[in-house]
Ligand binder design. Structure first.
Ligand SMILES: N[C@@H]1[C@@H](O)[C@H](O)[C@@H](COP(=O)(O)O)O[C@@H]1O
Length: 310
């Protein structure tokens, strides 16, 4: 699990936006070979969506051949309700980009048969060859998607009762009225996320700091489902300084030390592809030195992820 720390939440969003943009462009998706992207809702990813919309408007990325799968949706909330995750995604992202609506997948929390809906979602992900990159957020109790504390680490898309802490946290979207927050949701499972070829998590603000501490410094536990990513071969947490509040100094230092100790692109065995990215990227000397370590790290992680991405 890679931990990337940026000073401010805006920088976190920019970092992730640039990463996703490069990742899609390097993948060069076509209609026959689309880029399959997993997406979250929540307030933390909002600045990422804004930045991706800007990148699209600037012609730096297209979503024409991107297929999306959202992480979760409330059960029983009308699709057109302002707080449904359908509404959230169209209002904050899909309506502003060139994605083909038939490539958008969001669980239907009003399906006649919820269990079948979940099975069909898993089957569709599989039929498309799996998720290339799953972007996610995290709840203050460490939940990923709606995989609440105690969720099976082998879980797949299913109906889930929400934890009281989640209902309290999400009441802010329902005029602070706990009674208006749906009690159940459909959510991809921990295993569904683990099967994505790459997972990137955004966590900003002090409210996420305990969850980040548990996920990074404690063992893998179903009580903090984000911690499952310790077992993922290609996962990255991108956090702001506030979210590091509960981390040990050593953890933060290790995170910053990797770029400093890494080899330069010329010293790495497969420097050709890395150097090409360096020549074409808009990297400042500072960001370049911090990225060198990330290139090396990625090289060690997964052959399916292009080297020069971060
Ligand atoms: N199901 C969503 C999660 O996917 C999200 O990560 C979490 C945090 O949201 P926020 O970013 O608003 O703190 O909220 C909900 O529980």
């Amino acid at each position: 699990m890679r931990l990337i720390i940026r000073n401010r939440s805006e920088e976190v969003a920019k970092y992730i936006c640039e990463y996703i943009t490069k990742r899609i462009n390097i993948f060069a998706p076509t209609a026959e070979r689309p880029f399959v992207l997993g997406l979250p809702t929540g307030s933390s990813p909002l600045p990422i969506y804004h930045a991706l919309i800007t990148a699209y408007e600037q012609g730096r990325v297209s979503f024409r051949n991107v297929v999306t799968f959202n992480m979760d949706e409330y059960v029983g909330l009308e699709r057109n309700h302002a707080e449904s995750y359908h509404s959230f995604m169209y209002t904050n992202f899909f309506r502003h980009i060139d994605i083909n609506t038939k490539n958008i997948n969001i669980l239907d929390g009003n399906a006649a048969n919820l269990a079948e809906e979940c099975l069909a979602y898993e089957a569709k992900i599989k039929a498309l060859g799996g998720i290339e990159l799953f972007l996610g957020g995290v709840g203050s109790d460490g939940h990923i998607a709606f995989n609440e504390p105690g969720s099976s680490l082998a879980s797949r898309t299913r109906v889930k009762s929400l934890a009281y802490e989640t209902i309290v946290a999400n009441a802010r979207f329902f005029n602070g009225d706990l009674n208006l927050v749906p009690r159940m949701a459909l959510t991809v499972g921990v295993q569904t996320i683990m099967e994505a070829r790459e997972v990137i998590i955004i966590a900003t603000g002090t409210a996420k700091s305990l969850a980040i501490q548990q996920a990074v410094e404690s063992g893998v536990s179903h009580m903090c489902t984000l911690s499952c990513l310790q077992l993922h071969p290609c996962s990255t947490l991108v956090v702001d300084e506030d979210a590091t509040l509960e981390l040990r100094v050593k953890t933060v230092k290790v995170s910053f030390s990797i770029p400093k100790t890494a080899l330069t692109p010329d010293e790495t065995p497969n420097n050709a592809s890395i150097s090409k990215e360096f020549q074409t990227g808009d990297l400042t000397p500072d960001s370049m030195s911090s990225r060198i370590g990330e290139f090396k790290f990625l090289a060690a992680r997964s052959a399916t992820i292009p080297l020069a991405l971060t």
